[in-house]
Design a protein around this ligand. Structure first.
Ligand code: PLP
Length: 376
């Protein structure tokens, strides 16, 4: 057995709630428990409504029209996407308020698509450089933009309020409408102690950029923050909207961070035990990197968790094989179908055509992953 204390990541192996699967599944399959997902949506909507902050969920997590509809029906103010392609899918079905929270470089094909999209919905896009402003302005002058500011993740976003003003000024000169600022406190994922500090960083950074931009005459209406681990803690002090995505399903990483409870995981990958090797402490499942993705965050070990085998570790993945070490000799039988809680839900969905929707252990529907692979 591999006790929690010995786990290299120091992961809190909170016992994940049992995840009963329906009989007869063809695997690997992405399975979503509808009541748990709906509870996750309600909880986030309610928590943010209590704080007077809009929810604009990131749809890259689910890429699914039926889930976006449920989020909007529950009270979300609009949706967030990472790509124009995702936004096109949701605009096609009538979503009318979309923020592409990404500093798009408006190359000619993208500029054309943005212009067409802006005709069909209220479209907002991210901007973090003065250099992109003339191209964006030429593509679609009516476009609303939010200046991205880096609150500590060190990925995209301008580094300080002065640069936010420079970029906003360039946007205005080129006919764009600057409506606000946004940030993503992705450094909340670095350790289980990180989310609170990252939420503070998001709030401080947004307020400082907004103040500088207002002083320069910009009408900053939107202060948009968010990641699942920080969404509730940063919903304060003038932040107007939150963009969590992963909360809708939850995943192993969110449990390790304490962002969701061990009973709130709404999505698993169902996998079949296909081989039991000579070694008594190993077995092989038919979910490898092409079903579980390759994410290996610092807060967890291996490539997914098996609620039925809490001490097992998926030590390695090939395209179509997951190598599981149990250590204590307890292992399933050939042909058993197991639930695997993925480390990170978002890339897993992008690997599947459909979500198998279950309720009380029975399949009730199958929903297409409408924006699958719409990565540009
Ligand atoms: N906003 C942006 C810009 C993001 O990149 C992400 C996720 O990567 C989110 C919001 C959603 O955050 P999370 O996946 O933690 O829910």
């Amino acid at each position: 057995m591999k006790p929690a204390a010995e786990s290299p990541s120091g992961e809190r192996r909170a016992a994940l709630a049992p995840w009963p699967l329906p009989d007869g599944l063809d695997t690997p399959a992405v399975v979503v428990d509808l009541p748990t997902m709906e509870r996750n949506i309600r909880r986030m909507v309610t928590a943010l409504a209590e704080r007077g902050v809009d929810l604009r969920p990131h749809a890259k997590t689910h890429k699914c029209v039926r889930i976006a509809r449920r989020q909007l029906d529950a009270g979300a103010a609009g949706i967030t996407t990472a790509t124009i392609g995702e936004a096109e899918v949701f605009a096609d079905v009538g979503v009318r308020d979309i923020f592409i929270a990404y500093p798009i470089w408006p190359s000619p094909p993208k500029a054309r698509r943005l212009a067409a999209l802006a005709e069909r919905c209220r479209l907002r896009v991210g901007l973090d450089s003065a250099a992109a402003a003339p191209l964006l302005g030429e593509a679609a002058g009516r476009l609303e933009v939010l200046i991205e500011v880096d609150s500590g993740e060190g990925r995209t976003g301008v580094p300080d309020p002065g640069t936010a003003v420079t970029v906003a000024d360039a946007a205005r000169r080129h006919g764009l409408t600057v409506v606000g600022v946004f940030t993503h406190g992705g450094h909340s994922y670095r350790s289980s102690d990180a989310p609170d500090g990252a939420a503070d960083d998001e709030v401080r950074t947004l307020l400082a950029a907004a103040a500088a931009m207002r002083a320069a005459g910009h009408d900053v209406q939107v202060l948009s923050s968010g990641s699942t681990p920080t969404a509730i803690a940063s919903a304060r002090d003038g932040v107007t909207e939150e963009r969590p995505g992963t909360f809708v399903f939850g995943d192993r990483q969110q449990v390790a961070l304490g962002a969701i409870g061990p009973g709130d995981v709404a999505m698993v990958v169902a996998a079949t035990v296909v081989s039991i090797s000579a070694s008594p402490d190993r077995f092989i499942i038919d979910a490898g990197a092409k079903a579980l993705a390759k994410d290996s965050p610092p807060t967890v070990d291996g490539f997914g968790a098996l609620p039925a085998y809490p001490h097992a570790t998926i030590v390695r993945t090939y395209d179509h094989h997951g190598i599981v070490e149990v250590g204590d000799g307890a292992r399933p039988a050939l042909g058993d179908v197991l639930a695997v809680v993925p480390n990170h839900a978002c890339p897993v969905v992008n690997l599947a055509d459909e979500l198998v929707i279950v309720e009380a252990g029975k399949v009730v529907d199958r929903w297409p992953v409408d924006a699958r692979a719409r990565n540009r």
